[in-house]
Design a protein around this ligand. Structure first.
Ligand SMILES: C[S@@+](CC[C@H](N)C(=O)[O-])C[C@H]1O[C@@H](n2cnc3c(N)ncnc32)[C@H](O)[C@@H]1O
Length: 439
């Protein structure tokens, strides 16, 4: 009886994973969109089955660019997108997750038989499964993350091959889960009890994927999830934040607002997404910080006062987070680059008009592309001569590879920053100082 239950559950996990992957390639839907869709039935899985499904999906998407040429070379005739996706899933089960051959054959045959568009292609699927096991024995196919060709081309115009390969190596492993620790909790003994590494006093990296709400300190509001790179714009800010009047523009889901509040800023935070603000509010209640949260569009919002500091983290291609969200590179992020670059510059200009004399803008984007980082700042500084760049001192843990200061345009964080601990996301940060009209 128990065996039968497991069987049904496993099929559901595989079926959900299959449709989530298929939707990325066939319908251009993100994994998050599919996971929320009733048709996929992901939401009816138990939380541990969701985690298993998500793990399979993430690995398939991470290794797709590596696996596809091999599938194309070995296919006999045309492969429907549906069977192509099933082969990708099976190869990850074989080569990465080391699932037994009988199990893979059985589960994938069952799944293929259940759907009109795959049931006549079971032989092709079985052929690939056998081939997958034969190359796994020889270890001649070891999946790696690779950038998709259009993204790789753009990156190649900005970085050397060596740098791109270093990023790909970091993105080959699952992204770590990082916690930002509240300053009032950082001395608590239980951080020693959590399994992981203390990256620095206010940041902790969990060593294994685990249920966050069951992790110590969650309900006490002692930490929130935030990648190391995303925490840097506030963590290394070279200006005092305590009791400053601060505006966080494009704040949701809130990691940087929580840091600003933790540093004693008097904070107003705005974002236009109700869905993301709802998530932020839930965390805010748990963390118990005091801030003014506003749902507004930057281009309509009219503040009643000027600010000492404005943090702007505008929408971007998020190419620095492809390691964490590998579906992103198949959803044509470059198609939006021009529009996003325009919005970023307009937001910067608008924020500049809300600043006190002697105030600061902290600009950050989770992008690897210079168009959204360095170029934005150079363009802004050319038009706004009363602003200049300032930089944190490159000492302590900042003095390492993957942290680069460009005197004219800002700071680049590469995913191999803290490589020894597993690296991080790609980010860009700039600190702009309004020198004051009299200077
Ligand atoms: C990169 S995310 C911000 C991440 C956030 N700063 C954090 O640390 O958690 C960009 C945000 O910009 C918001 N956004 C995009 N266009 C906007 C607009 N015109 N006005 C206000 N918010 C906007 C999105 O809803 C999204 O939450």
């Amino acid at each position: 009886m128990k065996k039968k239950l497991n069987k049904i559950t496993y099929d559901k996990i595989l079926a959900s994973a299959y449709f989530i992957v298929l939707n990325v390639f066939k319908k251009n839907l993100s994994t998050r969109q599919s996971m929320g869709s009733k048709a996929i039935k992901f939401s009816s899985l138990s939380s541990s089955d969701k985690a298993k499904c998500n793990d399979l999906v993430q690995k398939v998407l991470r290794f797709t660019v590596y696996l596809d040429p091999w599938i194309n070379r070995n296919k006999k005739g045309r492969l429907r997108i549906e069977i192509f996706c099933l082969v990708r899933l099976a190869l990850v089960d074989i080569l990465v997750r080391n699932v037994r051959q009988e199990t893979v054959l059985k589960k994938y045959s069952e799944l293929a038989s259940s759907f009109e568009r795959t049931k006549h292609s079971k032989d092709q699927l079985r052929y690939f499964i056998h081939l997958g096991y034969s190359v796994s024995k020889k270890k001649s196919l070891e999946p790696l993350f690779l950038f998709e060709s259009k993204i790789r081309k753009v990156l190649s115009s900005q970085y050397s091959l060596e740098i791109i390969e270093r990023v790909e190596k970091i993105f080959s492993d699952s992204s770590p889960i990082d916690l930002s620790i509240k300053s009032s909790a950082s001395e608590k003994n239980y951080f020693k009890q959590l399994q992981g590494t203390s990256v620095n006093r206010s940041h902790f990296r969990l060593s294994q994927k685990t249920s966050l709400i069951k992790t110590k300190g969650y309900w006490a509001g002692d930490w929130w999830v935030q990648s190391l790179a995303a925490s840097l714009p506030v963590k290394i800010a070279p200006m005092d934040l305590k009791e400053k009047i601060v505006l966080d523009v494009c704040c949701a889901p809130g990691g940087k607002s929580f840091q600003l509040a933790d540093n004693g800023a008097i904070l107003t935070s705005i974002d236009k997404s109700e869905r993301r603000l709802k998530l932020m509010k839930e965390n805010l209640d748990r963390l118990n910080y005091d801030l003014d949260l506003i749902c507004a569009d930057v281009f309509e919002y009219q503040p009643k006062k000027l600010f000492d500091i404005i943090l702007l983290d505008p929408p971007c291609t998020a190419t620095g987070t492809i390691g964490k969200n590998p579906d992103l590179q198949f959803l044509n992020p470059l198609d939006k680059l021009e529009e996003l670059s325009d919005v970023q510059q307009k937001m910067l200009t608008r924020c500049a008009s809300w600043l006190q004399d002697d105030g600061y803008i902290i600009y950050s984007v989770c992008s690897l592309l210079k168009q959204e980082g360095e170029d934005q700042i150079s363009r802004f500084l050319k038009k706004n001569k009363d602003f200049c760049l300032i930089h944190p001192q490159k000492k302590g843990y900042l003095d390492q590879e993957g942290y680069e200061t460009n005197k004219e345009s800002g700071i680049r964080i590469m995913p191999f920053f803290e490589e020894g601990l597993g690296g991080t996301e790609g980010f860009f940060i700039a600190y702009l100082h309004l020198k004051g009209k009299s200077n």
